[in-house]
Design a protein around this ligand. Structure first.
Ligand SMILES: NC(=O)c1ccc[n+]([C@@H]2O[C@H](COP(=O)([O-])OP(=O)(O)OC[C@H]3O[C@@H](n4cnc5c(N)ncnc54)[C@H](OP(=O)(O)O)[C@@H]3O)[C@@H](O)[C@H]2O)c1
Length: 305
């Protein structure tokens, strides 16, 4: 794809996914990158400048509209990879999106990068609720010249993400699951997600507003078998309870530890996965055949899990 000197502005540039997106952008001849960072002195921001990336100080939540517009001026696309609460995910991203539109950008990618958050009913997962709330407000901004693209790639095939979700403990070689373990799950690596983000950001064609990509689809039991086959080691399977037990456990944790998101957020993601509503309803990989995403087996073989 010819990049034609496009400028891509990346918010959340010092984060894990944001840095991978920028790495991929830097590999594209003719693409210019502007990284929005909160703290220009943060080592990740310094490292970006050392790579020749333009860094601009902007807290997307506290900036003025004029500052946001200046930050995205000249952009072909604005990619967000921020993380945060509703003030960041809904309010600040909406303001940045409007700034991108006002500045004449072709598209905005909010920081979704999830399973199908549009398939979930309200209240299953607060992170998905906030992203859907943003999507509803963003819809009013879309027109022939300005797109908002929600990229959904499933869960990251990564030991730390699976550890956070409570699904996999590599040290103890345990896989934990709720329900019967047979609900399909969409998977993609961090690196392939960054590739799809960049492909979607730079595309000259109109991009589906709900963009589904995936490297694999495996239920949790198949994941365990895949890991065992790749590593030649047995795993212990631990069934934590039924889907109803999981729903009750989310409520219990929310009631007893409302301030401790580690107690309930992983369970909310587990619920999203096990109830099956977050399975991708479509797959758009073929739009970019040059990207051949890793399967879970390949990610395991290279040590990602
Ligand atoms: N599907 C999955 O399995 C999965 C797993 C993990 C993450 N994700 C998604 O991927 C996305 C990125 O996650 P990540 O883990 O890469 O995030 P991360 O490493 O925590 O980085 C978050 C970034 O957001 C920036 N940020 C936060 N508040 C900001 C503000 N007010 N103004 C400007 N920048 C702000 C942070 O800046 P500072 O450096 O200044 O703090 C940082 O650069 C999120 O949407 C997340 O939900 C998906």
């Amino acid at each position: 794809m010819e990049a034609n000197n496009k400028l891509v502005v990346v918010a959340g540039a010092t984060g894990k996914l944001g840095r991978l997106v920028i790495e991929d952008l830097l590999a594209r001849p003719g693409v210019r990158v502007r990284a929005l960072v909160r703290d220009l002195g943060k080592p990740e921001a310094v490292a970006l400048r050392e790579r020749g990336v333009e860094t601009l100080a902007l807290d997307v939540a506290t900036a003025t509209d004029a500052e946001r517009e200046a930050a995205v001026r000249g952009a072909f696309a604005v990619v967000s990879a921020v993380q945060g609460g509703p003030d960041v995910i809904i309010d600040a991203q909406l303001a940045l999106l409007r700034a991108a539109k006002a500045a004449g950008a072709r598209r905005f990618l909010p920081s979704d990068y999830s399973y199908d958050l549009f398939g979930l009913p309200e209240g299953v997962n607060v992170n998905s609720d906030w992203r859907r709330a943003l999507a509803m407000r963003a819809e009013a901004e879309v027109n022939d010249r300005f797109e908002v693209v929600h990229l959904m790639q499933g869960i990251f095939a990564d030991r730390f993400v699976l550890g956070f979700l409570g699904m996999f403990d590599g040290e103890r070689r345990v896989v934990r699951y709720w329900g019967d373990g047979t609900t399909p799950i969409d998977w993609t690596t961090w690196e392939d997600t960054a590739r799809y983000i960049v492909a979607a950001a730079l595309d000259d064609r109109r991009v589906p507003a709900r963009l589904y990509v995936a490297g694999d689809r495996l239920d949790v039991l198949a994941f365990a078998r895949t890991w065992e086959a790749a590593k030649g080691q047995p795993l212990t399977l631990e069934r934590l309870g039924s889907v109803d037990d999981l729903r009750a456990e989310v409520q219990h944790q929310l009631t007893t530890q409302p301030g401790n998101m580690y107690a309930w957020l992983p369970l909310m993601y587990a619920r999203g996965m096990v109830e099956g509503q977050a399975v991708h309803p479509a797959k758009h990989n073929e739009r970019w055949p040059e990207i051949v995403p890793e399967t879970v087996a390949q990610a395991i073989a290279r040590g990602a899990i």
